[in-house]
Design a protein. Sequence first.
Length: 221
Amino acid sequence: MTPGRLAEVLGQPPIPRGTWAEAATYVSPAALRRGEDPEAMAARLRALPGIADVRVRPGGFLEIEVAVPGELVTEIGPAAAVPVAPAGPSPWPDFPRTWANPGFAVRYAHVRAAAVQRWAAELGVTGDFRPGLLTGRRDRAVLRSLAELPGRRVSRDPGWAAYTEQLALAYHDAFERAPALPSGDEPPSPLHTARVRLARAVRDVLAEGLAALGETAPTGL
């Protein structure tokens, strides 16, 4: 179950909640907005494929847990990007090109995610994408950030700068500690393939965010 599919059912993008370290959950006020019985809507949602559970919170909000959070990356790609009007001058300077500059962290995350795609092809990381393999803590942290994209796109104040900084930090951690590429004589695995696909989603979302901030996403620094 993806955020886009949930948005079709609920009438608006669901809001990701929590860290997703253990459960990938969204919260939605859809029942309240529609004037429907929250318990009845929860029962309908539980019957949908890809839904692990739905709980009714105090006040009638629905807490929706999806079974395979990695499925959300299938909705992310260059063709899916929503056109956005540039926000004007970039909020970050070009220098210093160090971690002290949030803009460097964002641009470098895009460089890394783009490089993973090239290196994966050279190393023979291929095969079908299996989203259920993205269960590691760092993979899920990246997914948690990506899950905010649909809501950001429709928000009057998407906060692209803060969002891309958040996504970049999560991705840098995953890049360094949950590698998408095999090392040494290690053979490519389905997990590598899944992480390469996750990196592609990060690349595309960062490119979209940078474009909204008036920048062209770099492929090298």
